[in-house]
Design a protein around this ligand. Structure first.
Ligand code: 13P
Length: 291
């Protein structure tokens, strides 16, 4: 029950008008902190690992830690591979035990995006209850190995979204709507809320079929996040902010304790910082108490 795909929990989120927090981790301490916070908040959880940390620790190690933590957790938890541009790596992570795989072929030509996404969907569905996330349009900024310049970013067309979802069979869908990976340059970034609402209406207006994902959570205000959830965002990704929380915590701790050599205390400081960030987002997204 605790080891689930993203699709299952996102259906409930879309129906209940809240979003599941999807938090990127780069190591095991962060993964533990994210899980502990979600348990405390009784919130469904998506743990995300991008390609670099997945390769650094190895998909089997990440999946084994996830399964160990999730098996005994009283909440549903999904392990998601974030922004893989490689079909083969998606397959490797699916084999290792990830429960949601994102193939990001959004920089490819449209037909090639469909072909690669379809291949991952077919493979993952043949393995059982795994779900697949696809992306259409491009999200600007940097997320791991995926770099998109601002002038390269393209918003998702609602008509094409329907065609993409139908032809690929993706379980959950990330339309580019103007949010960006990394830190926003302005407090009020240009986010196309109406576009998200329109896509949601077309895909899910007659009952939830393909729940929607919002990328680029870091730096969005509470008001923006709430509006994105209202417009249909059922999975809300936060990555950069967790990295900042962790690195700031390490820097602060070491600066204040320069003569100490106790790595365990640094881990405690990291956990406290991550828990603060994750707890704040869970409250904003309305997922507390939903598990
Ligand atoms: P941020 O790094 O901007 O929070 O974006 C996270 C994300 O969308 C991961 O896929």
């Amino acid at each position: 029950m605790s080891i689930v795909s993203a699709k299952e929990m996102m259906f409930e989120a879309a129906e209940g008008k809240y979003a599941v927090g999807a938090f990127n981790i780069t190591n095991i301490i962060q993964m533990e902190a994210v899980v502990e916070t979600a348990i405390e908040k009784r919130a469904p959880l998506i743990i995300q690992a991008s390609v670099t940390p997945s390769k650094f620790l190895g998909p089997k190690v990440i999946a084994a830690v996830y399964r160990t933590l999730a098996e005994t957790a009283p909440i549903p938890i999904c392990l998601h591979l974030d922004h893989s541009t490689s079909v083969d790596f998606c397959k490797e992570c699916a084999d290792a035990g990830y429960t949601n795989l994102m193939i990001d072929a959004s920089k490819q030509e449209y037909e090639e995006n469909i072909r690669q996404t379809r291949e991952v969907v077919d493979y993952c569905h043949s393995l059982g209850a795994l779900s697949v996330e696809g992306e259409l349009g491009t999200v600007s900024g940097v997320e791991d190995q995926v770099v998109v310049a601002e002038d390269e970013a393209q918003l998702c067309s609602p008509a094409q979204a329907v065609d993409f979802v139908e032809r690929t069979g993706v379980d959950i869908f990330a339309p580019a709507i103007g949010t960006a990976h990394g830190v926003y340059k302005t407090k009020n970034p240009k986010v196309d809320f109406e576009r998200l609402g329109e896509i949601n209406q077309i895909l899910n207006g007659n009952g939830i079929k393909t729940p929607l994902v919002v990328h680029g959570g870091t730096g969005l205000s509470k008001e923006y996040a709430i509006k994105l959830v209202e417009m249909g965002g059922a999975k809300f990704n936060v990555s950069t902010e967790l990295k900042h929380s962790m690195i700031d915590a390490v820097y602060t701790y070491i600066s204040a304790n320069r003569d100490e050599y106790n790595p365990g205390k640094i881990d405690i400081a990291i956990k406290a910082a991550i828990r603060g960030t994750v707890g704040r987002w869970i409250d904003i997204l309305g997922s507390a108490g939903k598990a």
